[in-house]
Design a protein around this ligand. Structure first.
Ligand code: CA
Length: 223
């Protein structure tokens, strides 16, 4: 089963951002990073990450402000990072909606373990199926896909492609990103493989299921 989960890191210390992004990518996550709060908030809307790693002291905003803004509209798990070891900050961070908290310097393996725990918690708390605009329903546990009340048979890669879009609605993916994610990183097929699979999904689930974004790639519009 595919588990491409997206992590947004908002951290202005370049060395920390780099090492986190590097290690989390190696664990199989899709990672987006930025050094400012404003850019972080903008990215958050675009990529709807599964987890946010948030530094407390940023050049333009505090992690507390960002935490407040994120938790007002989202249930995304947030892991706060700080250079301070202040118990007051810890309490405040957790009160504002952070789900976990780490003090620098930290072991990256520890961060990866915390992320895994946050995702596990989130998964059990969330619904057991994914809906695409109330028309198509994906049940990841049984790997089944339903359109209205009809079960739709999908090949494994068609299923993984559909799941990728359903987990990241309104996000545009380039053909290369899709190849890297759904196929192996070193898969040497060309981008037409993606086109063919998108066409098959449209045939099976309706032509509007995945949109072409000209010159960029594909996206699934929806809720
Ligand atoms: Ca900082």
């Amino acid at each position: 089963m595919i588990k491409v989960q997206t992590i947004l890191i908002i951290e202005d210390e370049e060395s920390i951002l780099d090492i986190l992004a590097y290690s989390l990518r190696k664990e199989g996550y899709r990672v987006h990073g930025t050094a400012t709060g404003q850019e972080g908030l903008r990215l958050f809307k675009g990529i709807s990450p599964d987890v946010v790693i948030l530094d407390l002291m940023l050049p333009d905003m505090t992690g507390f402000d960002i935490c407040k803004l994120l938790t007002a509209t989202s249930t995304v798990p947030i892991l706060m990072l700080t250079a301070r070891d202040d118990i007051v900050d810890k309490v405040l961070g957790l009160e504002l909606g952070a789900d976990d908290y780490m003090t620098k310097p930290f072991d990256v393996r520890e961060v990866a373990a915390r992320i895994k725990a946050l995702l596990r918690r989130q998964k059990t708390a969330s619904r057991s199926y994914l809906s695409i605009n109330d028309v198509v329903r994906i049940e990841p546990r049984s790997h089944t896909v339903w359109k209205a009340e009809e079960q739709i048979a999908l090949k494994p890669k068609e299923y993984e492609l559909l799941l990728l879009f359903a987990q990241h609605k309104n996000q545009v993916f380039s053909r290369e990103e899709i190849l890297d994610t759904v196929w192996d990183f070193d898969y040497d097929g060309d981008a037409r493989t993606v086109d063919v699979h998108v066409q098959r999904l449209r045939k099976k689930l309706g032509s509007s299921i995945i949109e072409t974004v000209f010159g960029v790639g594909y996206k699934m519009r929806g809720m």
